[in-house]
Design a binder for this molecule. Structure first.
Ligand SMILES: [Zn+2]
Length: 303
């Protein structure tokens, strides 16, 4: 639902952290493991000769390269080839190590505190003494690790998410868009709707006789899959109180009042709206940011 935009500087930083970690602790064993596993060797080398450079390219594959590699793995599976158990064990152990030692640093640089799939739960990065950071969120393998163990430690295949979403996604294999792919827009949009009482008071913020729904008018196949997979409709249905508050605010903060606040706190137009209604630009560091924005747009446009 929420995309993870990467600036050039963020991209360089996270890739440097990741590759330093590989080079410092794992590269020799990694080269040896890949050399000795035919499936992995062919997949990583892909016609090139320099194994170390090929490993770097493979591990740092972006979302579109990952898709191509995934298709190659699907083809490999048709001939029943798979990884050696020792290769699998080695890669999975590197993943656990990455999670425990590197994930928090990466999430920190990405500036993410909220799950990109649901925008409801925090991804907890805990700061401890001596500048140590610990990662208490989950990492979702965009291409799941049991079907695609080859990709278990590829940087952009590991999406920082909340525990609920990770659990919901692990059991199902839907066609989703990788959150790192910012070229494909998400068209998921929350809105309110009359319930069976058809109570006009709700439009004034005076009742909770309405329900929350997701507008599917412009939703793509992938959006619909995401709504279903993460049970978004049910998970947002309960937020009537939040929606009612937004409706009241859209009436209470008229332009006169907004202008006063802007002057007093030296805020611009966008800042004042995001403070009143509780959203941030990319939604990745405020829970319910997307929901708050959508409901706000529904009601301020009706004025
Ligand atoms: Zn989530």
């Amino acid at each position: 639902m929420i995309k993870i935009p990467l600036s050039e500087s963020q991209k360089n930083k996270i890739e440097n952290i990741y590759w330093d970690w590989i080079c410092k602790y794992h590269i020799e064993k990694l080269i040896e493991t890949i050399k000795n596993d035919k499936t992995m060797r062919e997949l990583v080398l892909n016609g090139t000769k320099d194994l170390k450079a090929a490993i770097k390219k493979f591990l740092l594959s972006d979302y579109s390269e990952l898709e191509i590699i995934k298709e190659r793995i699907d083809k490999i599976r048709e001939s029943n080839a798979s990884l050696k158990k020792s290769t699998k064990d080695f890669l999975f152990a590197r993943y656990v190590n990455y999670r425990n030692s590197q994930a928090a640093k990466i999430v920190n640089i990405l500036g993410m505190t909220v799950c990109p799939y649901c925008n409801q739960n925090h991804i907890n990065v805990v700061y401890e003494k001596e500048n140590k950071v610990r990662f208490w969120g989950d990492l979702d393998h965009f291409y799941d690790k049991s079907t695609y163990p080859e990709l278990v430690v590829c940087l952009y295949n590991m999406i920082p998410v909340c525990k609920v979403c990770n659990q919901l996604k692990s059991s199902q294999k839907g066609k989703l868009v990788n959150p790192y792919n910012c070229k494909v827009k998400s068209n998921i949009k929350f809105r309110t709707e009359f319930d069976e009482k058809v109570d006009l008071d709700y439009l004034q913020g005076k009742s909770q006789n309405f329900h929350i729904t997701i507008d599917k008018y412009e939703a793509t196949e992938e959006d619909l899959e995401e709504i279903k997979l993460f049970d978004l409709e049910n998970r947002y249905k309960q937020l009537k109180q939040n929606a009612q508050e937004i409706i009241i605010k859209s009436r209470a903060y008229d332009s006169l009042y907004q202008n006063q606040l802007k002057k007093e706190f030296e805020l611009d137009d966008e800042e004042i709206m995001s403070y009143i209604f509780g959203y941030t630009d990319n939604h990745l560091n405020r829970v319910l940011s997307k929901f708050n924005l959508d409901i706000m747009n529904e009601f301020i446009n009706n004025d």
